[in-house]
Design a protein around this ligand. Structure first.
Ligand SMILES: CC(C)[C@H](C(=O)O)[C@@H](O)C(=O)O
Ligand code: SF4
Length: 422
């Protein structure tokens, strides 16, 4: 019987001769990643396990990103612990100013290659599926086990095939593709599964857009979201990594748990209404909702592609007087690229605040917390109640075109109604 891409990757990382969905197998990791929240917890768990050193310093990456720059004494202490630990263990460490949000950093820095297994102390480790890597988020105790032994227990997931066909309409991005999928599957429809994206519509997504899609696989409950590696991935990795890799695909007779077919021509720009990423409606149905804060950033949609879209919408325009706009490039590389392209000046001229690469307000950490009664539209991936601040605030999720258009209008609008500034 044929195997899915996920089964092939996992099998290559176990000592087993065969595996099937539901089997619990010990999987070797190629990379273990953790951050300033999950890291310190994992280090303590590692100590309790009696492990003093990591299994392989060349395979461990530490990225402080959730509370950077340190927002208070506590976050400063956590970051000091992380920094000291990383240096003591001799593992890779991306200091603020040289890194950014963990997932963007790992991809940019060539840690992520097709066919690899990456264990991350963060639920959006599934982002790496954009490059055909089995990236998966684990709890801190599992991360501690990975740091100490280089392996973790994984229940072999089933695979749901998501076929994307056709051409996208204007102002429709990878964000809308994944919102459409979550709208269809629901927030737990992917539990115990991997989402595998195939079809001409998947191949037509740029790498940045694939990152946005894979990133939100976990919002459908999935273990990860996989794109089989293709020429676009090969081109991206060229000169970026020395890690060996090979492109794999699911066999033609592989067994799927289910399938979803999305005709991209029928997908308009979408908005996930408060308080669930599964609460998806066409932007036309969200029109007219007043917006206090627009936030363009996060590990799903803080890429140069997102910033270009936002800048195109904002060039020569100003942010509405009742609204504030915060733009957070996902990494220092994205920041510098945006600077070189003049995008940061477009934002500043429009009256937006450009912040340092960080998780920032995405999870209510710092730099843009919402007050009770406030409404936001963001390019982030979660809009649970209280996610960005007060329990009585509300968050809408959308792509960068829609978010930037809302900043101009002071309310949610269809970006097509506004058009891009000439
Ligand atoms: C705090 C952190 C470990 C968490 C996660 O695991 O995803 C965060 O990044 C989030 O997006 O909620
Ligand atoms: S940007 Fe947001 S979603 Fe991504 S890792 Fe940071 S807190 Fe989590």
């Amino acid at each position: 019987m044929g195997r899915t891409l996920a089964e092939k990757i996992l099998l290559a990382h176990t000592d087993a001769d065969t595996l099937a969905p539901g089997d619990v197998v010990m999987v070797r990791c190629d990379v273990v990643m953790t951050n300033d929240i999950s890291g310190p917890m994992a280090f303590r768990a590692m100590e309790r396990m009696g492990a003093a050193r990591v299994f392989d310093p060349g395979k461990v990456v530490i990225v402080p990103d959730h509370f950077v720059p340190a927002k208070d004494e506590r976050s400063a202490a956590l970051q000091k612990l992380l920094r000291d630990w990383a240096h003591e263990q001799g593992v890779a460490y991306y200091e603020q100013g040289r890194g950014g949000i963990e997932h963007q950093v790992l991809v940019e820095e060539g840690w992520v290659v097709p066919g690899s297994v990456i264990a991350g102390g963060d639920s959006h480790t599934c982002t790496y599926g954009a490059l055909g890597s089995f990236g998966t988020g684990l709890g801190s105790t599992d991360i501690a086990a990975c740091l100490a032994s280089g392996a973790f227990w994984q229940a072999v997931p089933t695979t749901i095939q998501v076929e994307l066909t056709g051409t996208r309409r204007p102002f429709v991005t990878g964000k809308d593709v994944i919102l459409a999928v979550i709208g269809e599957l629901g927030v737990s429809g992917g539990l115990g599964s991997v989402l595998e994206f195939v079809g001409d519509g998947a191949e037509g997504l740029s790498l940045d857009e694939r990152l946005a899609v894979a990133n939100m696989a976990v919002e459908a409950g999935a273990e990860t979201g996989l794109f089989p590696a293709d020429a676009a991935v090969a081109a991206y990795l060229d000169g970026r990594t020395t890690r060996p890799w090979a492109a794999e695909h699911s066999d033609a007779d592989a067994q799927y748990e289910g399938s979803v077919l999305i005709d991209l021509e029928s997908v308009p720009p979408l908005v996930a209404l408060p308080h669930s990423p599964g609460n998806v409606v066409p932007v036309s149905e969200a029109k007219g909702r007043a917006i206090d804060q627009v936030y363009i950033g996060n590990c799903a949609n803080g890429t140069i592609t997102d910033l270009r879209q936002a800048a195109e919408m904002l060039r020569g325009r100003t942010v509405h007087r009742r609204t504030r706009l915060i733009v957070v490039p996902a990494s220092q590389r994205v920041y510098r690229q945006a600077l070189a392209e003049g995008l940061l000046d477009v934002f500043a001229a429009a009256g937006a605040l450009v912040s340092a690469p960080s998780c920032g307000a995405c999870f209510g950490g710092s730099g843009g917390i919402l007050a009770a009664g406030e409404a936001a539209i963001t390019t982030t991936n979660r809009n649970f109640r209280g996610r960005m601040g007060a329990g009585e605030s509300s968050v809408h999720l959308a792509n960068a075109w829609v978010a930037a258009a809302a900043a101009v209008a002071g309310e949610i609008v269809d970006p097509a109604d506004l058009g891009v500034a000439s």
